[in-house]
Design a protein around this ligand. Structure first.
Ligand SMILES: [Fe+2]
Ligand SMILES: [Fe+2]
Length: 261
């Protein structure tokens, strides 16, 4: 049976709907993205939201996200980004979070695949880490479902994406995490958010993806932040026994060109 999974990331919603993010009205772009998702006519088994749901970490911003997602919420799992508040995610989206305290990680086990979400949020910082607690939990999940192909979702990429300024804000101290990855060849893919651009790379035999934001896009390969005037997007996956496919889908047009501050 084919498993269809949608990854949405980096909504950057503000409590005041008039506030824009680099000139982009993020509520409107998220609405357009969700219309595009529905138009695909694919039944997604799971929707994974990989962080930065808000830009201001306010209750009302999370409530706006929940309202926009509507019925999709029952399929959603959420992990936090740097611009998120764990307490507010738990308060607004209790149905999308598995545990009541600590890092917001999740595991979904299907016939032949395990989908894992890892919390890389560090309070008050733009960079991320895999905490000791999350690493221990990850090891236990990998042991429990050793025979299943595995995909990890996390906000911060574990390797440089070759865009200098975002690479300084990636995953700090990744070595113990990378050691765990090397010891678990069932891990096939890692898909991240945070960098607001499409990227594909490798770590050993693992394919590493980043996924476009539903809000503003950042240019690849620059030393300093530069917005990319291309439409917002998302990523879809299909998993079928040992095989996987993934592709990026973007809005047809750039309705709201970005403006650098
Ligand atoms: Fe972001
Ligand atoms: Fe981020």
């Amino acid at each position: 049976m084919v498993l269809n999974v949608l990854q949405l990331t980096d909504f950057h919603i503000f409590s005041d709907p008039k506030t824009k993010f680099f000139g982009v009205p993020t509520i409107k772009t998220l609405k357009d993205i969700l219309v595009k998702v529905v138009d695909l006519n694919i039944t997604f088994d799971h929707i994974i939201i990989t962080g930065d749901l808000t830009s201001d970490e306010e209750l009302i911003s999370y409530q706006t996200v929940k309202e926009l997602l509507g019925d999709m919420i029952s399929k959603c799992k959420i992990i936090p980004g740097n611009h998120d508040d764990r307490k507010l995610i738990r308060k607004v989206f209790p149905e999308c979070v598995e545990n009541k305290n600590g890092p917001i990680n999740f595991s979904i086990s299907t016939n032949s695949w395990q989908l894992i979400g890892l919390d890389t949020h560090v309070f008050g910082k733009l960079y991320g880490t895999i905490s000791d607690e999350t690493l221990l939990w990850l090891k236990s999940m990998l042991n429990k479902y050793k025979n299943k192909n595995t995909i990890l979702f996390q906000h911060h990429p574990p390797i440089p994406v070759k865009t200098k300024w975002t690479d300084l804000l990636g995953l700090k101290n990744p070595d113990p995490f990378i050691e765990t990855l090397k010891q678990n060849p069932q891990i096939r893919l890692i898909s991240c958010g945070h960098v607001h651009q499409e990227f594909q790379g490798h770590l050993e035999n693992i394919t590493i993806f980043t996924t476009p934001a539903t809000s503003v896009q950042f240019q690849k390969g620059t030393d300093f932040l530069k917005c990319d005037p291309i439409p917002p997007g998302f990523r879809i996956f299909s998993f079928d026994n040992d095989n996987w496919k993934s592709k990026i889908i973007r809005l047809d047009e750039l309705k709201y060109p970005p403006v650098e501050n």
